[in-house]
Design a protein around this ligand. Structure first.
Ligand code: DCP
Ligand code: MG
Ligand code: MN
Length: 340
């Protein structure tokens, strides 16, 4: 997914960080996971600096910054730009890839196929491709879904959902996760987590979800359902849709996650992200013979080649976010610090 801004405030290395984010996103789209990761690790190292890094010699001292990134940091300082970024910015295939993957529900594999078939614009897709209902909505509301949401609009959206929840079942608790919980100045969508005391499975919250979605649709707040929970699947507790503020014409993406109270901590880690932070926590868990997912932390998980899971492992913690960090043996990280 593209268009993600820097989450927090100011950093003396903001300019190079922004360029490195573009490089990482480029390598993510082109599925070069290794370079994508190198840039992301480089960004993490730069974020931790309190002074501006300008020379190769300074940069190469930092953890996770190798020859190639160090050269680019110096180049960016001396020239005010990165030649490689100018080059990728002109890559015609990448320009189309970016456009297509910014359609809701379209990943780089689907976008690749369309490009290979010769499609270049969203108009080409509309005219020549058999699109799913969701892809049609994604294209019709392309600009809406790709416009970032300010924190004050996030508050307004949250207010409407919280009122409805409270009206339907005051025992259900609402928390906003995602980039908003990380303190981001703007968000790509709004991510709600819904839980209720003493629940042990997301399916117990399904009747409530149904009532909530019906109510918010009847009151014209929800305008599309894009993905509904399918029982038994891994995404069994997630609802995706679109909403709109009263008197606004701009559709916003909204996600609702049903969380049983027993899995609250694990779900909170998962839905707070960011996705890269989650990936690194899960990798760390697997290196320690454990397994982390959105439901909990498990120990004594047996793995085969390529860290493929062979046994489920024993559930050891799900309730508390801090408890999971502790059992993983990693220092607590506030949501604001969970970037890259
Ligand atoms: N998530 C994940 N892996 C994914 C997608 C999502 O771990 N492939 C988790 C981490 C995200 C959270 O779900 O923080 C919410 O997903 P979003 O796509 O809404 O991402 P964010 O809220 O982080 O950013 P944005 O502001 O773009 O919505
Ligand atoms: Mg989000
Ligand atoms: Mn989301």
């Amino acid at each position: 997914k593209g268009g993600k801004g820097t989450d927090g405030g100011e950093n003396p290395n903001d300019e190079i960080i922004k360029d490195f984010m573009k490089m990482a996103a480029y390598y993510e789209r082109t599925k070069d996971q290794w370079r994508n990761m190198s840039y992301r690790k480089g960004i993490t190292a730069l974020r931790r600096q309190t002074t501006k890094i300008t020379t190769y010699e300074q940069a190469i001292q930092l953890p996770s910054i190798g020859d190639s990134l160090a050269s680019k940091i110096e180049e960016r300082h001396l020239n005010g730009r990165l030649a490689k970024l100018d080059y990728t910015n002109m890559d015609p295939r990448d320009i189309i890839l970016q456009k297509f993957t910014k359609v809701y529900g379209v990943g780089s594999s689907q976008a690749d196929k369309w490009i290979n078939q010769g499609h270049k614009t969203l108009e080409d897709l509309t005219a020549n491709v058999r699109l799913t209902t969701n892809q049609k909505i994604g294209i019709a509301h392309y600009d809406d879904f790709n416009t970032r949401i300010s924190r004050s609009e996030m508050d307004q959206l949250a207010e409407i959902v919280k009122k409805a929840v409270n009206h339907l079942d005051p025992e259900v608790e609402v928390t906003i996760g995602g980039s908003f919980r990380r303190g981001a100045l703007t968000s790509g969508d709004i991510d709600f987590m819904l839980t209720k005391a003493n629940t042990t499975s997301a399916s117990e919250l399904l009747p409530f979800l149904h009532a909530l979605v019906t109510h918010l649709t009847d009151t014209s707040f929800l305008v599309a359902a894009l993905a509904v929970p399918r029982l038994g699947s891994d995404s069994g507790s997630k609802w995706h849709g679109a909403c709109v503020l009263p008197a606004s014409a701009v559709w916003r993406r909204i996600d609702l996650l049903l969380v049983p109270a027993s899995e609250w901590g694990a779900a909170l880690i998962y839905f707070t992200g960011d996705d890269i932070f989650n990936r690194s926590l899960r990798l760390l868990a697997s290196k320690k013979g454990m397994r982390l997912n959105q439901r909990g932390l498990y120990e004594d998980c047996m793995r085969g080649p390529g860290r493929a899971k062979m046994t489920e492992g024993r559930f050891i913690e799900g309730l508390s976010e801090r408890g999971i960090f502790a059992r993983l043996g990693v220092p607590w990280r506030a949501p604001e610090e969970r970037i890259l």
